[in-house]
Write a protein that binds this ligand. Sequence first.
Ligand code: FES
Length: 149
Amino acid sequence: MGERSIWIEIEVNGRVYKELVGVHETLLDVIREKLGLKGAKEGCGCGQCGACTLLLEGQPVNACLMLAVQADQKRVTTIEGLAPADGLHPIQKAFIEEHAVQCGYCTSGMILSSKAFLDKKLNARMKRFKRPSPVMPAVAPGIPRLFRR
Ligand code: FES
C-alpha cells in the first residue's frame, strides 16, 4: 500500500510553494529535500535539540516533529529568509560578534529561536507604549521609532 500524498501550499521566506507531500512527511524533510533550503538540520529527530527549528507564523517549531501537511496555508521562515538580500540580520551579526556558533550545526535554530523570543518581547513592549498613560508624557519622542519594524 503506497503512502497517500496531498497538495499543500506554503509560503516560505515570502515565496509561495505548491508541493505534493506524503502525509507522513515532516516539514523539515520538505523544506530541506523538496525546497532545497538546508539551513535547518536534523539532529536528534525527536524534539530535543532544536537544530531543525523554523518559524511558523513567527513562532518557533521543531520541524522534525511537524508534518508538512500541518503547515498548509501557513507562513514559514527559515534561516535563509531571515537576512536581507544585502547582508546579515542583526541577530546573525551578534552571534558572529559574540562567537556564539559552537560547532554551527544548530546555530540556525538558535538564531531563529532568538528572533522569536525578541519579537515576543518587542511586541509586549510595543503594547505597553501604545497604551495611553498619564505618567508617560512626551519624555522620549524617539522611543516609538525604536520599535518600528
Ligand atoms: S532535530 Fe532535534 S529537535 Fe528537531
